[in-house]
Design a protein around this ligand. Structure first.
Ligand SMILES: *[C@@H]1O[C@H](CO)[C@@H](O)[C@H](O)[C@H]1NC(C)=O
Length: 390
C-alpha cells in the first residue's frame, strides 16, 4: 500500500509516517502524543530484567505498580491475587500444554513480566489496528482496496457464554510479506454493534505488524468499542491486569513440526461472576484478568464465540493458515483446537461444545475446516490451508 492511499483513507491533517524495511505505518500527531504518554506508563521501574533465550526482554515490575493500573477507570483498583473462588470452575480442567515446558519467564514472586517495547512498537500496533478495522468497514461498504481478513472457524452465536476453553495446537506459518498475519484464536464478544462491542481474543499468531518478527507469539487482545478507541494487544495499553510472575503475554512460542513433534497450550477465558472480571488461564495458570471497568460494565456475557484460524493480508496472495495443510490431514498434519468447551451458565461447569456447531470458512479454495470430531478427549476442530489467491 502506498503513502497516498494511507493518507487518503485516514484523512487526517497531520501524519507521522514511519517508513522502515517492513513497509509504511502512519499515525496522526494526536496519536503520537498519546503514544508518548503510553510509553511512559509502560516503562515502570523494574525489579529485575530478564532476557529470554529467544532474545526477548521482559521487565519484572511490582504487581501493584503494573502499567494497567494507570487506566483511568482503574485508579482505585486493587490487584486480585487470590484464586480460591475459581476452584469449583476449574476442577476438571485438563492438563498442561505439550512441548511448552521452560517457556515461562520466571519473574520474582510479587512482580509481573512486562515485555519491553519501544515507541515504534506502539506506532505499528496502532497503525495496524486501524488497518485491521478497515476490513470490518468492508462488510458494510465494499472497498476495492480493503484488506483481506479470512477465517476458518467454529462459531457459537446463539448462547449466553460465560467461559470458553480450548487446547491450541501451535504452528509458525511462513508469511509472504511483513504486513500479513496468521494465527489461531479463541474469540468472544458481546455481539453488540458499536459503540459498545466488547471483544476478548486470545491465541497465537505470527504478527510482524505487532511483534516485528516472523515468530509465533502468545497474544491476548481486548477492546470495549470494536477497536475504535479502546483496547490493544497484550498490555500495549493499560487494561489487562497481570497476576502470574511467569506467564508473559507477547512471549515467543515454538511451533509444531509438520508430521513431527506437536506443541499446544490450554486456554481458558471465563467470567468470575463475583467480581465481574474476565479471567485468562493458560496451562492451568491464572495469567491475569480484564477488569469489568474497562468494558464500561457492559460485558455481561458473550453472545459471539468462535475458535479457529484467521489470516489478514493487505492484498493477494494470502498467507498459509495453521500448518498450511488442509483439515483432512488430521492431527499431526493439520492444525487443531481440541478440548473445546464452554460455560453456558454463570459460574457453571465447563461443558463440551455442541458438536452441531457450524464451521464457517470464508475461502474454501484456500482454507478448509472439519466439523468437530470426538477424539476421546472432547471435541477437536481441524482447520487450515496453504492460502494463495483467495
Ligand atoms: C519476515 O518474513 C518476510 C517475508 O518472508 C520478510 O520479508 C521479512 O524480512 C522477515 N522479517 C524479519 C524481521 O525477519
Amino acid at each position: 500500500m502506498g503513502i497516498k492511499e494511507i493518507i487518503g483513507c485516514y484523512s487526517v491533517l497531520f501524519l507521522l509516517i514511519i517508513v522502515d524495511a517492513d513497509g509504511v505505518w502512519s499515525i496522526s500527531k494526536e496519536e503520537d502524543m498519546e503514544l508518548e504518554k503510553q510509553l511512559k506508563i509502560l516503562n515502570k521501574p523494574a525489579v529485575k530484567t530478564i532476557r529470554t533465550d529467544s532474545d526477548q526482554i521482559f521487565d519484572c515490575v511490582d504487581i501493584h505498580k503494573q502499567p494497567s493500573l494507570d487506566h483511568p477507570l482503574l485508579k482505585n483498583h486493587k490487584v486480585r491475587t487470590t484464586f480460591d473462588d475459581f476452584s469449583e470452575t476449574m476442577k476438571d480442567r485438563p492438563l498442561k500444554g505439550k512441548g511448552l515446558s521452560g517457556f515461562g519467564v520466571r519473574c520474582p514472586i510479587g512482580t509481573v513480566p512486562i515485555r519491553r517495547v519501544e515507541k515504534e512498537d506502539l506506532i505499528r500496533a496502532k497503525a495496524f489496528s486501524k488497518l485491521h478495522m478497515k476490513t470490518y468497514a468492508k462488510n458494510s461498504h465494499p472497498l476495492a482496496d480493503a484488506p483481506i481478513h479470512l477465517s476458518a472457524k467454529l462459531a457459537a452465536n446463539d448462547k449466553s457464554v460465560y467461559g470458553v476453553a480450548g487446547i491450541l495446537n501451535v504452528y509458525q506459518p511462513t508469511l509472504l510479506s511483513p504486513d500479513q498475519v496468521s494465527g489461531s484464536i479463541i474469540y468472544l464478544s458481546t455481539g453488540f454493534g458499536e459503540p459498545f462491542k466488547s471483544v476478548i481474543s486470545v491465541g497465537w499468531a505470527v504478527m510482524p505488524p505487532v511483534y516485528r518478527d516472523n515468530f509465533t507469539h502468545l497474544f491476548a487482545y481486548w477492546t470495549a468499542d470494536n477497536g475504535k478507541t479502546s483496547g490493544c494487544y497484550d498490555i500495549l495499553c493499560p487494561g489487562f491486569v497481570i497476576q502470574s510472575p511467569e506467564f508473559a503475554l507477547g512471549r515467543k512460542f515454538p511451533g509444531s513440526t509438520y508430521r513431527g513433534s506437536q506443541v499446544d497450550f490450554n486456554v481458558r477465558i471465563f467470567k468470575d461472576t463475583k467480581s465481574g472480571d474476565w479471567y485468562l488461564w493458560v496451562n492451568g495458570v491464572s495469567v491475569g484478568y480484564w477488569p469489568k471497568e474497562i468494558f464500561n460494565g457492559v460485558f455481561e456475557f458473550a453472545k459471539e464465540v468462535n475458535w479457529g484460524g484467521e489470516i489478514f493480508s493487505p492484498r493477494q496472495p494470502c498467507p498459509p493458515m495453521g500448518s498450511g495443510h488442509f483439515d483432512g490431514e488430521r492431527i499431526g498434519g493439520a492444525c487443531y483446537i481440541s478440548g473445546m468447551q464452554y460455560q453456558i451458565a454463570p459460574a457453571g461447569k465447563f461443558v463440551d461444545i455442541d458438536p452441531a456447531l457450524k464451521a464457517v470458512v470464508d475461502s474454501p479454495q484456500c482454507y478448509k475446516a472439519s466439523m468437530p470430531s470426538n477424539e476421546g478427549t472432547g471435541y477437536t476442530f481441524l482447520f487450515g490451508g496453504p492460502g494463495g489467491q483467495c
